[in-house]
Design a protein around this ligand. Structure first.
Ligand SMILES: [Zn+2]
Length: 253
């Protein structure tokens, strides 16, 4: 009798061990029950990482195209239109620009566009002219090119190729014989542009202290259209386009 019970017990133990050994999943699932709660915490933490204010835009949107020394553009835009001064810009930003110009006029500033769309061939000419200028001042060819690259981008590397960028100053400043100079920021018109351009979808594309990221020196006159939502977000968070696109990428946009 005792032998029989012992035999049955042994069989039960063996069967139990076989179940534990061959079906560890069944076992794991039981142990793993608290995990869904953990997963939820993790996913809500991930959601928290994406700022709720981040505009619902995509990196592939036309107004977010990235053009810099690492992202050359050789394609000419097919959506150009002529501005009131005869210059060309992308027709999709025409109204936004004139809304800004009108608002500036109401504030007492007469904005004037010095440069807008520029073809790759024209950019080559601008670049070459700048190199020549530095060569004349006594620099070697290599030095002259390096110096030119500080302000004038390589052909294909200028945002002006897109028709989404405008160089804007105030007519008074311009009439005084000034052009695209950093001192423009010190003027009341320059300050107005800095504080208001985002309302119309524009950003100062090359801000101060971000030269390392943009590869371009501070240019208070170079405005780039990115759309109102993105412009406001970038200004609030002090992001340049390169940084903003990284934020969008992280958010899976
Ligand atoms: Zn420019």
């Amino acid at each position: 009798m005792t032998k029989k019970i012992f035999g049955i017990l042994s069989i039960l133990i063996v069967v139990f061990m076989v179940i534990v050994f061959f079906f560890p999943d069944t076992n794991k699932k039981k142990e793993a029950e608290p995990i869904p709660a953990k997963t939820e915490t993790t996913s809500s933490q991930t959601t928290k990482k994406v700022d709720k204010d981040l505009p619902n835009v995509s990196r592939s949107d036309w107004q977010l195209v990235l053009v810099n020394h690492d992202h050359l553009i050789m394609e000419e835009p097919k959506t150009l239109t002529t501005m009131k001064n005869g210059y060309q810009i992308d027709q999709r930003i025409y109204d936004a620009y004139y809304e800004m110009e009108e608002a500036a006029a109401k504030a007492g500033f007469s904005l004037t566009v010095i440069s807008s769309y520029r073809s790759v061939a024209d950019q080559q000419a601008v670049f070459d002219a700048d190199v020549t200028k530095y060569l004349t001042s006594g620099l070697t060819e290599k030095e002259a090119e390096t110096k030119a690259e500080e302000y004038v981008t390589h052909p294909g590397g200028s945002e002006h190729h897109t028709g989404l960028a405008v160089d804007v100053v105030d007519q008074v400043w311009y009439d005084q014989g000034n052009g695209l100079e950093e001192g423009f920021f010190e003027t009341e018109a320059g300050k107005w542009i800095d504080q208001n351009c985002a309302k119309y979808g524009f950003i100062i594309r090359y801000p101060k202290n971000k030269e390392g990221l943009t590869g371009i020196n501070y240019e208070p006159w170079h405005l780039r259209y990115v759309g109102k939502e993105s412009a406001n977000y970038m200004v609030t968070h002090q992001l340049v386009l390169e940084e903003y696109l990284d934020v969008l990428k992280e958010a899976g946009r």
